[in-house]
Design a protein around this ligand. Structure first.
Ligand code: NA7
Length: 548
C-alpha cells in the first residue's frame, strides 16, 4: 500500500530529533515530523520557568552518537540551564538538518490504524492528514502539564502560569506578590529565584520534599577539553551503568556500616552535590530502615539550615521514604525559607478550597497575589501519549487499552497497535535514567528493527499480548523489590485524579534493559508477531489485550 511517507514522528525533542535523523539518513526512509511548538527542544522548549535546570550533569545529558557533535558543543555549567539545553537542541537540529522534515506549530489530534490497508493516518488540528507505514511517538514523559481543576480558577484576576508551559517572553516578578502551588522539582528550582525577584512569595505546600544541593559551578575550558578527550571511552563506560550517569559507587549497606562511616559518606556526597547522594549505600532504595538513615540525614540538614524551627518542621518530609518521589536538586531551596519575604502555607490538612479572584483560599483565608504559579507537575509518561488520540486495531482507543494503566512491551510497543513505537513509553527505563542515553538506545533499536524488517520483506510488526503481559509483570516485580511504590508519586500516577496506580518505569537499569533488547533482536524479535502472523493476529479479539 502506498503511503504519503514511510514514518511519522511525533515530537521534536531529543527523541524526535534523533529518530528523524537516523531513519532518514541511516534507514533511508521518508519521514514527516509533527511538533506542537514553534521550534525543537520538546520539554525544554516549554519548561522555561526561572531556575529550570537538568538534574543530570550537562556533560552526560547530551547525545553520544556523533563525536563531531560532542566535540563541537561546549557546556558552560555543571547542571545546564534550560536556555543552554534548548540552544544545544537547536544546535544539533541545525547540524543534522532535521528541521526540514518537521511541520512546527502543528498539533497531532488523532493517529488511527487502518488494518486492511496496513497504514496509519495521522491528523493534525488543522485537519491535515498524513498516511505512513510506521509511527514513532517521541512526545517525552513530562510534557502533559497538570493544571489542577480548582474551583474559581477561571475567575482569578492576576497572571496565571504553569511551570510546564512558561511564556517565552519571561515573567517580571519585580514588585509583585507571587503565590506558588507545588513543591516538587519545578517548585523547588523556581521558588529561590522568584523569591529573589518578587516582593513577596507565598508557597502552598501539600507534601514536603527531600532535596539535595546542586553545588552548581561553571565548567572551565580546560575541564571541558579533558572531558572531550575522554568522551568516547566515557560514553562506552556509561552504557554499562544502570542510569547512564557518572555515579560514585555505593560504599556498602547502610545497615551494616559503622555510624561514623555512614556520616562521613553522606557529608561528602552532600558537599559534592547532586542526586548521587542517593547512591551512598546499596540498600537505600530497597530497605525502609536503611532508607531512614539517609532520610534522617536530610531532615537534620533542614533543621540546621532553616532558622525558624516551626517552619523547618513544616517543610521536613516524613511520610514517605527519601528518593521514592523523585529526589530534587536545588540551589538554596531550604535557605529560601529564611527570607523575610517568604511565607509558607501548609495545605496538607486544610487543602486549597478554591482560587478566589485575588488568590488561593485555604481554611477560609484568601491569600492575595498578583501572579499565581502552578508548579503542579505532569500527567507523566502515559499522559502525553493519551493526548494523541491513538486508535489501533478494531478502532481500539489507546485510552481503553490502558484503562488499567499504561501497558507495553519494552516500553516501546503496545499490543493491538501494529507498527507504532513509543520512545520512552510506560515500561521503559526512561525517567529513572539519564533520558538522552535511553532515547539513543530506543531509537537505535527501532532503526535496526526497521532495517531488519525491510531486509526480510516484512511489513507489519506487533507486540504479542502475552509478551506485553510478561513485561508488565516484570516491571511490577522489579518495582516491588524497591521502596518506590511506597510514595504517592507521579511515577505511580498518584498525582492525577482517577489515574490507575501503577509504577510506570522499568527499574531494572538501562544496562540490563539494553542487553535484553539486544537479545530479543538477535533472536528475531521474540515477543513480537511479524508479517503474516501479525496480520492473522488481527483476527484475534482485542478484549484480552485491553483488559488482561
Ligand atoms: P511534581 O514533582 O509532580 O510536583 C508537583 C507539586 O505540586 C507537588 O508538590 C504536589 O503536591 C503539588 N500539587 C499538585 N497538585 C496540587 C494541588 N491540587 N494542591 C496542592 N499542591 C498540589 O512536578 P514537578 O513539575 O515539580 O516535577 C516533575 C518532574 O519534572 C521532576 O521530577 C523532574 O524530573 C522534572 P503532592 O506532592 O502531590 O502532595
Amino acid at each position: 500500500m502506498k503511503t504519503d511517507v514511510d514514518v511519522v514522528v511525533v515530537g521534536a525533542g531529543f527523541a524526535g530529533i534523533y529518530a528523524t535523523h537516523l531513519l532518514r539518513n541511516k534507514n533511508g526512509l521518508s519521514v514527516q515530523g509533527f511538533e506542537k511548538g514553534s521550534g525543537v527542544g520538546g520539554t525544554w522548549f516549554w519548561n522555561r520557568y526561572p531556575g529550570a535546570r537538568c538534574d543530570a550533569e550537562s556533560i552526560v545529558y547530551s547525545y553520544s552518537f556523533d563525536d563531531e557533535i560532542q566535540q563541537e558543543w561546549t557546556w558552560s555549567e555543571r547542571w545546564a540551564t534550560q536556555p543552554e539545553i534548548l540552544n544545544y537542541a537547536n544546535f544539533v537540529a541545525d547540524k543534522l538538518g532535521v528541521r526540514e522534515s518537521y511541520a512546527f506549530n502543528t498539533e497531532v489530534t488523532s493517529i488511527e490504524w487502518d488494518d486492511a490497508a496496513g497504514l496509519w493516518t495521522t491528523t493534525t488540528a488543522e485537519g491535515r492528514s498524513t498516511t505512513s507505514r510506521f509511527v514513532i511517538t517521541a512526545v517525552g514523559c513530562l510534557s502533559a502539564a497538570q493544571m489542577p481543576q480548582f474551583e474559581g480558577l477561571q475567575d482569578f484576576q492576576g497572571e496565571l502560569y504553569h511551570t510546564g508551559s512558561w511564556p517565552h517572553e519571561g515573567v517580571d516578578f519585580a514588585g509583585k506578590k507571587v503565590a506558588v502551588i507545588g513543591t516538587g522539582s519545578s517548585g523547588i528550582q523556581a521558588i529561590p529565584v522568584i523569591a529573589q525577584q518578587a516582593d513577596q512569595v507565598t508557597i502552598f505546600q501539600r507534601t514536603p520534599n527531600y532535596t539535595v544541593p546542586a553545588r552548581n559551578r561553571t565548567l572551565g575550558v580546560d575541564e571541558m577539553a579533558l572531558v572531550k578527550a575522554v568522551y568516547p571511552t566515557l560514553r562506552e563506560k556509561l552504557k554499562q551503568t544502570p542510569a547512564g550517569v557518572m555515579v560514585k559507587p555505593p560504599i556498602g549497606s547502610a545497615l551494616k556500616l559503622p555510624a561514623e562511616e555512614i556520616r562521613a559518606e553522606l557529608d561528602s556526597r552532600w558537599a559534592q552535590g547532586g542526586p548521587t547522594f542517593m547512591n551512598a549505600f546499596t540498600d537505600t532504595m530497597s530497605d525502609r530502615q536503611a532508607n531512614e538513615i539517609t532520610a534522617e540525614y536530610v531532615r537534620e540538614k533542614i533543621a540546621e539550615i532553616v532558622k525558624d524551627p516551626e517552619r523547618a518542621e513544616l517543610i521536613t518530609p516524613k511520610s514517605y521514604p527519601v528518593g521514592t518521589k523523585r529526589i530534587c536538586v536545588d540551589t538554596d531551596y531550604y535557605e529560601t525559607y529564611n527570607r523575610p519575604n517568604v511565607e509558607l502555607v501548609d495545605v496538607r490538612e486544610h487543602r486549597i478550597e478554591r482560587i478566589g479572584a485575588k488568590g488561593p483560599v485555604v481554611n477560609g483565608q484568601e491569600y492575595e497575589c498578583d501572579i499565581l504559579v502552578m508548579a503542579t507537575g505532569y500527567d507523566a509518561i502515559t499522559g502525553p501519549l493519551l493526548r494523541l488520540g491513538i486508535k489501533g486495531r478494531e478502532g481500539l482507543p489507546l485510552k481503553e487499552a490502558w484503562d488499567e494503566g499504561g501497558k507495553s512491551y519494552l516500553g516501546l510497543s503496545v499490543a493491538g497497535f501494529p507498527n507504532l513505537f513509543t520512545v520512552t513509553g510506560p515500561g521503559s527505563p526512561s525517567v529513572l535514567t539519564n533520558m538522552i542515553p535511553s532515547i539513543e538506545q530506543h531509537v537505535e533499536w527501532i532503526s535496526t528493527l526497521l532495517s531488519d524488517l525491510e531486509e526480510r520483506g516484512i511489513e507489519r510488526i506487533e507486540a504479542s499480548a502475552e509478551a506485553q503481559e510478561e513485561w508488565v509483570a516484570k516491571v511490577n516485580a522489579i518495582a516491588a523489590q524497591t521502596l518506590y511504590p511506597e510514595a504517592a508519586s507521579w511515577y505511580m500516577g498518584s498525582n492525577i485524579p482517577g489515574k490507575p496506580r501503577v509504577f510506570m518505569p522499568y527499574a531494572g537499569g538501562l544496562h540490563t534493559y539494553r542487553q535484553l533488547c539486544d537479545e530479543i533482536a538477535a533472536a528475531g524479535y521474540t515477543g513480537f508477531t511479524l508479517g503474516e502472523d501479525a496480520e492473522s493476529s488481527a483476527a484475534k479479539p482485542l478484549v484480552g489485550v485491553a483488559t488482561a
